[in-house]
Design a protein around this ligand. Structure first.
Ligand code: GDP
Ligand code: IMO
Ligand code: MG
Length: 450
């Protein structure tokens, strides 16, 4: 029995969907613990490409319970569209469960998200426009509508009427938008409730009972460490906690129930939306990575900004998440480069800096210090073991593992399940040890670093 958290170690889109799908093979329960329809997780299996926003990436395994946890925000319209798409493909969905304490994204959340971005002008965050920030803001302000409210027609009508009257004032007076029709929205959401009601459960209790029955639980993060509300590149972040610590709150379990944290990082870096990005590559090379990596947002279709691997944020992600091992994805995207750069430190005001600065202003001033490695100029997409990899690709991976001080357990070389090298068992294999038994600090060890 092992309970593992899978998190994004960069700014999202690291390939969490592919890795979660792979690991779900040995999971009894998969829990999405935060975020909402801003996420876009891609799974390529049996020649089919699935793009999931709210449904956990374990859904292809009919025996695996998939739970949308308490820490998420659910747009029921998008969730039902997703269910319909899966059902049209004859993929069973009755093993999908929804936490009764997750919050519901409403039409006013989407409108306020887009209108506030417009008003921010050059200060915009570059959100997905899916109403995520406003839904979480209502949760904190204690005016949110939860799944339990949605599925009770009397409570829903009462709460929505009051909330819509309040939100209409904001829409009209602050954003100059027409008011919303409360009756129409109540009717629309009661329809969604009827469809979703059979899936609703007490998520925390369900997970606790699964743990007591010694079942394997996988907690699936959305977004990434640098988009974390508390620990990311604030204010250019999302409004939830994608970091591993968020899994306990978002699932309703205690930290003692977690056995392992697996990070997912691309062999380079991407970012969608605004905000500083020290290793961003401008010009032809950036375009080349974007084309080869098909770096267009799964949710919004926006072009992702591309850059070199940043080991400073990598190390930060190892620390903030207590990461035990790492999956490196999209190594194949680097196949035809002459040389590859890795950011090993930053320079700020002439000083070397090895730690991620939490001050956004300072972070924007960071200049990357690079080390350059030779490219391998050879296709890796058909490699299935470390021995199949070109020597220089292996050297690149070793360099990353040593810099981040974490074992690399998985290497991904293409979007489909089989395009993967399992270096070590990511769930039961060696993990990162902070202190050895004699109290001496150890670095990450794996067959890539030994
Ligand atoms: P997520 O949000 O972290 O789940 O990642 P996305 O699905 O948004 O973006 C990752 C993209 O890269 C998807 O289109 C995947 O199908 C694709 N992908 C995942 N792993 C690999 C890989 O190793 N190589 C290549 N070329 N594509 C990959
Ligand atoms: P997955 O799970 C990449 C980014 C947006 C924006 C910021 C805030 O697929 O990795 P939001 O709509 O959340 O208020 O936007 O966060 N963002 C993502 N970037 N992958 C994601 O999810 C993202 N979800 C949000 O682009 O910069
Ligand atoms: Mg994505």
């Amino acid at each position: 029995m092992a309970n593992v958290i899978v998190i994004g170690a960069q700014w999202g889109d690291e390939g969490k969907g592919k890795i979660t799908d792979l690991l779900s093979r040995s999971a009894d329960v998969v829990v999405r613990y935060q975020g909402g329809a801003n996420a876009g997780h891609t799974i390529v299996a049996q020649g089919q490409t699935l793009k999931l926003h709210l449904i956990p990436s374990g859904i292809l395994y009919p025996e695996t319970e998939c739970i949308i946890g308490s820490g998420t925000v659910i747009d029921p319209k998008i969730l039902i569209e997703e269910l319909d798409r899966l059902e049209a493909l004859e993929i069973p969905t009755d093993h999908l469960l929804i936490s009764e304490t997750a919050h519901i994204t409403m039409p006013y959340h989407r409108l306020i998200d887009r209108a506030s971005e417009e008003q921010r002008g050059t200060h915009r965050i570059g959100t997905t426009g899916r109403g995520i920030g406003p839904t979480y803001a209502d949760k904190s302000e204690r005016t949110g509508i939860r799944v339990v409210d949605l599925i009770d027609p009397v409570v829903l009508a009462k709460k929505l009427r009051w909330t819509i009257a309040y939100k209409n004032q904001i829409l009209e007076k602050l954003y100059n938008l027409p008011p919303l029709d409360a009756d129409a929205i109540v009717a629309e959401y009661q329809g969604y409730a009827d469809r979703l009601r059979p899936h609703v459960v007490d998520c925390s209790l369900r997970i606790y009972e699964a743990i007591q029955a010694r079942r394997n639980i996988l907690f699936e993060g959305a977004q990434g460490t640098l988009l974390d509300l508390d620990h990311g590149t604030y204010p250019y972040v999302t409004s939830s906690n994608p970091v591993a610590g968020g899994a306990c709150i978002g699932a309703g379990i205690g930290p003692t129930m977690i056995d392992r944290v697996i990070g997912v990082a691309k062999a380079y870096t991407t970012r969608v939306g605004e905000g500083p990005f020290p290793t961003e590559i401008d010009g032809d090379l950036g375009e080349h990575l974007c084309d080869r990596g098909a770096e267009f947002g799964t949710t919004t279709g926006r072009k992702r900004r591309c850059g070199w691997f940043d080991a400073v944020i990598g190390r930060y992600a190892v620390r903030i998440n207590g990461m035990d091992c790492l999956a490196i994805t999209k190594l194949d995207v680097l196949d035809d480069l002459d040389e590859i750069r890795v950011c090993v430190a930053y320079e700020i005001e002439g000083q070397r800096c090895h730690h991620f600065p939490s001050d956004a202003h300072r972070f924007a001033q960071c200049r990357p210090v690079y080390e350059t490695l030779p490219g391998w100029k050879q296709s890796t997409t058909g490699c299935r073991t470390l021995d199949d990899l070109p020597r220089k690709a292996l050297d690149y991976l070793k360099f990353l593992a040593e810099l981040m001080e974490v074992p690399i357990a998985i290497v991904s070389l293409g979007a489909s399940r089989d395009q993967t090298i399992i270096v070590e068992d990511p769930i039961h294999g060696p993990k990162r040890a902070l202190l050895s038994s004699n109290g001496v600090e150890e670095s990450g060890m794996s067959s890539l670093t030994r």
